[in-house]
Design a protein around this ligand. Structure first.
Ligand code: NDP
Length: 286
């Protein structure tokens, strides 16, 4: 088998184009353009790059970006005050607090300060609870992007065995819940999993969200499996690689996401989608 590539870059571009058209139609009909607030605290270089690309994507879709930056030595009360002002701002439909926050700040407390109805990252405990219970709510962007990519394959998840490697609150756990919602039988692996190779070998769908370069060996992939590689890592030569050995996994899988150009672009597209949906269905102003 030679895997087909799940081209997240192309799919994300199509989704963003569609969002741009919805925004245009909405504003031409006299509606307010959806607003995304980006909050950046400190000087982490990667965070600056991520926020810049989110802001650019926002502009390209005809949305409004409200950007707020605070220095690394800002105190937590200042961040909470800024979030409260954005919660009250009627032109803001979505609030994104870029992580990681500077050392010493209580990430949970800051994320919980965001109005759950503007939590377009889907990290608020209320939205995570809604997901757990299968209720509608804002859902985290990377897992939603993964589910959208899986939909592209046309493969049925009903009864399929899905193995998720990684149990973070932002990727592993929520994607496991979304796969379960689609009636997959889900195994959630982590650093204490006794025999990772054996778990992956049984998977019809593998989602790797670990952060260890090429941890998942190609020889572990079952013939015809769908492989979603969330990892973004630099290898020893400084090249961007995923959590899966791409070449050898491609020889066995039916579909596989490349790194870069797979899950990453979908995350931004889903962030915009959450914000646009939130504005157009009025949830952020209710
Ligand atoms: P975290 O560091 O929060 O979680 C990593 C998970 O992997 C943990 O659950 C950990 O287990 C598990 N793990 C670590 N080592 C092993 C191992 N040897 N075997 C099995 N499991 C292991 O990472 P994130 O979920 O935030 O991110 C994962 C990767 O995805 C990173 O490379 C990140 O850069 C990337 N990412 C990409 C995004 C995108 O848009 N493409 C978005 C978000 C993340 P334990 O819980 O036991 O410690």
């Amino acid at each position: 088998m030679n895997a087909k590539r799940l081209d997240g870059k192309a799919l994300a571009a199509t989704i963003r184009e569609g969002l741009g058209q919805r925004v245009k139609a909405h504003t031409e009909a006299g509606g307010r353009a959806p607003g995304l607030a980006t909050v950046l605290v400190g000087d982490d270089p990667a965070s600056h790059v991520y926020v810049r690309s989110k802001r650019r994507a926002c502009d390209a879709a005809g949305m409004v970006n409200v950007h707020r930056e605070l220095p690394a030595d800002a105190d937590q009360a200042e961040v909470l005050k800024l979030i409260e002002a954005l919660n009250q701002d009627k032109t803001v439909d979505g609030i994104l607090v870029q992580l990681p926050l500077p050392a010493g700040m209580d990430e949970n407390k800051v994320l919980a300060a965001v109005d759950p109805n503007k939590d377009v990252d889907g990290f608020h405990p209320v939205n995570q609870g809604r997901l757990l219970q299968g209720q509608p709510g804002l859902r985290p962007c990377t897992p939603v992007g993964i589910m959208r990519l899986l939909q592209e394959t046309g493969a049925s998840l009903k009864g399929a065995h899905a193995v998720v490697v990684g149990r973070s609150n932002i990727v592993g756990k929520p994607v496991a819940l979304m796969l379960l919602e689609q009636h997959a039988t889900v195994t959630l692996c982590h650093s204490r999993t006794r025999d990772l190779a054996a778990e992956v070998q049984r998977a019809d769908v593998v989602v790797a969200a670990v952060g260890v370069p090429q941890l998942i060996q190609g020889s572990w992939i079952r013939d015809g499996a769908v492989v979603i590689d969330v990892g973004i890592n630099r290898n020893e030569e400084g090249k961007l690689v995923g959590d899966v050995e791409f070449e050898s996994a491609s020889a066995r899988a039916s579909w596989i996401t490349p790194v870069p150009g797979g899950v990453g672009p979908m995350t931004i597209a889903m962030l915009l989608q959450n914000t646009v949906d939130n504005c157009l269905n009025g949830a952020s102003s209710s």
